[in-house]
Design a protein around this ligand. Structure first.
Ligand SMILES: [Zn+2]
Length: 70
């Protein structure tokens, strides 16, 4: 699964100071998350939606290197 500790690989310079969700514009609160697909900072709701999206994407794309763009 995804490793939430390794945020140094993410474009997370605004992650801790950002107050609003990049996707829905809602307040982030303490449950903020980085999007694994786009690098956006997401609220809990959008994060859950994205989990579903990435699950669907995994079903469609079987390439094991997908999601590992470094
Ligand atoms: Zn949101």
């Amino acid at each position: 699964m995804f490793q939430r500790d390794r945020t140094n690989e993410m474009p997370c310079n605004t992650f801790f100071i950002q107050q609003y969700c990049d996707r829905c514009g809602g307040e982030l609160g303490e449950q903020r998350t980085i999007s694994f697909l786009t690098g956006e900072t997401l609220c809990e709701v959008c994060s859950l939606n994205e989990d579903e999206m990435s699950e669907r994407a995994r079903e469609e794309v079987t390439d094991p290197t997908v999601g590992r763009k470094t």
